[in-house]
Design a protein around this ligand. Structure first.
Ligand SMILES: *Cc1c(COP(=O)(O)O)cnc(C)c1O
Length: 439
């Protein structure tokens, strides 16, 4: 998929060529000039490459990749994945609407989330989704009631909380009993038995789990699969379930250096010495899953798109304080909230390759009236100047989808690069857009 001078293991489409940072074959400074900043840029080749690699790693088992739409829901990104035969994991009616608009098949959609509304349930039932992934007994009973009123049968799986520590940031850890997600491991069989006896408008089609996001070790995945597998086999025997979704959560590399000489530092192509590689994920999980006679669903979000996107932002001012130097840029936490929300790390890379190794310690901050509005603090970076554009790397997942209009800032544009071709896939919002819908 990746054309041009990419090294075989480089899975991301971002590299310096002749001193200028490119996305695939397109120079990023040209995109900043043409479309303005802040600007999200996605590499289509990287998305396809990551999808294909995960698919290949799971080749030994009957499986389906259901892309977690909340990571990146741009219609053009979804369309790319539709061409690869992806399914989709959705968390709202809005995401299902997007998948359908992108040409996706609802019969390959699973619907997750702890708070589905009646309107969402009705819409998803009418569209014929593959499964409601239910997060509580109360929700299962409500689903049965709504399906009954429509004289339909709702396909469902209950999310089991395996009580495994994913060893990730506390805000993105979901598989411990103190998290709000899923039903306690010990209560699942009883719930399936009662549902089979009492809920005629539910078809128990599968079972689901998802222990957290940005996992950087394969061990918690193994632990969860080992712990839940005997339960899944009993559910298959008693209730004839046909699928087991093992969730998403595959971590990516955010930290590294374009100058380190290692082309694999932050892309999903993890160097051999990293704790989690996609080959290892497949090698450890496939043998544990392949003889169950079940269809295995995987719900990757970040892994598919995280390293496939950057956010371009222009430096506006340099402000030298008594204690610190601030580089003030035109992107803010409304455009990319990961640092503020999760202490997320993004490499900050000048579009023009620095000619020296010299660095300065700076805070890169946005224009928003919040002290949490920073992209890094006290980080050694090349001394980029006002007027220059830098790239916030690995911003393809939970970037634009979490953007907001806070401070009445229009949301940024998004472009998709495929080889030599650039497509504007979302227009920058205008000031008029900001007030559309207000009365
Ligand atoms: C968020 C989420 C995912 C995707 O997580 P990633 O870490 O982006 O792979 C998958 N399944 C469920 C239920 C989720 O909530």
């Amino acid at each position: 998929m990746l054309s041009g001078g990419y090294k075989p293991c480089a899975m991301h489409g971002f590299s310096y060529k002749n001193g200028a940072l490119h996305c695939e074959n397109v120079e990023l400074s040209a995109l900043a000039a043409d479309y303005g900043t802040p600007l999200y840029v996605y590499s289509g080749g990287t998305i396809l490459d990551h999808f294909t690699r995960l698919d290949a790693a799971l080749a030994g088992v009957d499986h389906e990749l259901a892309f977690a739409v909340k990571a990146n829901s741009n219609l053009s990104v979804l369309r790319l994945l539709v061409t690869q035969g992806a399914g989709f994991d959705i968390v709202s009616a809005g995401e299902l609407f997007r998948v359908i608009k992108a040409g996706g098949d609802p019969a390959h959609c699973t619907f997750a989330g702890v708070g589905k509304t009646r309107a969402e349930i009705v819409y998803a039932l009418e569209q014929g989704i593959y499964s409601f992934n239910v997060e509580s007994e109360e929700e299962l009973r409500y689903l049965n009631q709504v399906a009954g009123e429509l004289e339909m049968v709702a396909p469902a799986a209950v999310r089991v909380n395996p009580n495994v520590d994913a060893k990730t940031h506390k805000y993105i850890s979901t598989g411990k009993s103190e998290n709000k997600f899923g039903v306690d491991f010990e209560k699942i069989e009883d719930l399936y038995a009662r549902a089979a006896a009492e809920l005629p408008h539910i078809r128990l089609r599968g079972v689901q789990m998802h222990i957290g996001s940005q996992l950087t070790s394969v061990a918690p995945f193994i632990e969860a699969v080992e712990r839940v597998r005997p339960l899944v086999m009993r559910l298959k025997q008693r209730h004839g379930i046909e699928f087991w979704s093992i969730g998403g959560g595959i971590g990516i590399v955010y930290q590294g250096s374009l100058e380190s000489g290692d082309p694999a530092w932050w892309q999903g192509c993890l160097p051999e010495d990293l704790p989690l590689t996609i080959a290892q994920y497949g090698a450890e999980l496939v043998p544990r899953l392949k003889d169950l006679g079940l269809r295995i669903l995987v719900e990757p979000g970040r892994y598919i798109v995280g390293n496939a996107g950057v956010l371009l932002t222009r430096c506006l001012y340099e402000k030298k304080g008594a204690a610190k130097t601030f580089k003030i840029v035109d992107a803010g936490m409304n455009d990319l909230i990961r640092p503020a929300l999760y202490e997320g790390h993004h490499e900050i890379v000048p579009l023009q390759q620095p000619v020296t190794d010299a660095t300065v310690a700076v805070d890169v901050v946005g224009p928003i009236c919040e002290s949490g509005d920073f992209f890094c603090q006290n980080r050694e970076l090349p001394d980029f100047q006002p007027g220059e554009v830098v790239a916030l790397m690995s911003a393809g997942a939970y970037g634009f989808t979490m953007a907001s209009n806070y401070n009445s800032r229009p949301m940024p544009a998004e472009v998709l690069v495929e080889g030599d071709t650039t497509t504007l896939v979302r227009k920058r919002q205008t000031l008029e857009d900001l007030i559309a819908g207000e009365l």
